[in-house]
Write a new protein. Structure first.
Length: 273
């Protein structure tokens, strides 16, 4: 029983999962992630009463278990996020991008790797403050993981997740949880009505999303190889309005990946008008 309680993954089995997650999501899972993968997927082996990672791989790659394959993707693509992460981007959004946008015209933003929703709602707080809660603006949040999208769409967070969230936003745009939600806070309905959530695999042909004035693609390209990065960026740039902005994470760069966008400052790019 000890081996079943603590399943071990062989190098060959890990390589199978590396190829599978790359094929599905374009994610290059480093060899150093072997322990992480075994820990996250090991719970599924125990839940499904499977004795080995090879058995689990055969299950998810059979083509007959779409729900379990999605569960695997959810477990291997969930990343940390928090409100106002890399705050300078939101200052630039408020002062430069929104400040230069024609007053009264619609304004649309896409958070393309939105995880559990903190980025979507941070953008929404900034737009509510700068454009007005009743103005024509929207924030689309997408992710490959259905689990994190469900959390984002619900908009319920615990108070220990307020890292980076200014108290004035917490008071203005959030509701204190009561009864079963005590100790948490809900994103206010007047904010949520400006948002929509979609499952999108950036490694595939994109659905019809419309055009955006700003696209955030932060802290996800670090998991892609160079060719996947080029393909993903090319797809997303097609969704930008002329003059629109493309924002990546502070550890990321588009240098050598596209000639279409012009650098405005580190991590911030613009499509010529």
């Amino acid at each position: 029983m000890a081996a079943f309680d603590n399943p071990e993954i062989s190098t060959a089995e890990f390589a199978q999962f590396q190829k599978l997650i790359y094929r599905i999501a374009g994610i290059s899972l480093a060899d150093s992630k072997k322990v992480l993968l075994a820990g996250r997927l090991g719970r599924r082996l125990r839940h499904l009463n499977l004795p080995s990672f090879g058995d689990y791989f055969r299950l998810v790659s059979s083509g007959n278990e779409a729900d379990e394959l999605q569960t695997m993707v959810d477990l291997l693509t969930t990343n940390e996020t928090y409100f106002f992460r890399e705050e300078a981007h939101f200052d630039f959004l408020a002062k430069t991008i929104v400040g230069g946008h024609p007053p009264g015209s619609p304004f649309n933003v896409w958070s393309a790797a939105s995880s559990t929703g903190e980025e979507i709602y941070t953008i929404s707080f900034v737009l509510a403050d700068t454009l007005g809660i009743d103005a024509q603006w929207s924030v689309t949040g997408s992710d490959i993981s259905t689990a994190v999208l469900a959390t984002a769409q619900r908009g319920l967070y615990w108070l220990d997740r307020t890292r980076g969230l200014p108290q004035n936003y917490l008071r203005k745009y959030c509701l204190k949880g009561v009864r079963s939600q005590e100790g948490g806070f809900m994103i206010a309905p007047e904010i949520k009505r400006h948002t929509r959530f979609l499952q999108v695999n950036l490694n595939r042909t994109l659905p019809a999303l419309g055009k955006f004035h700003v696209i955030f693609l932060r802290n996800v390209m670090i998991y892609f190889d160079s060719e996947t990065k080029r393909q993903v960026v090319a797809r997303l740039v097609e969704q930008l309005h002329p003059g629109g902005y493309f924002i990546v994470g502070h550890s990321e760069s588009l240098n050598g990946l596209t000639d279409t966008l012009q650098a405005v400052k580190p991590t911030i790019y613009r499509l010529p008008a």
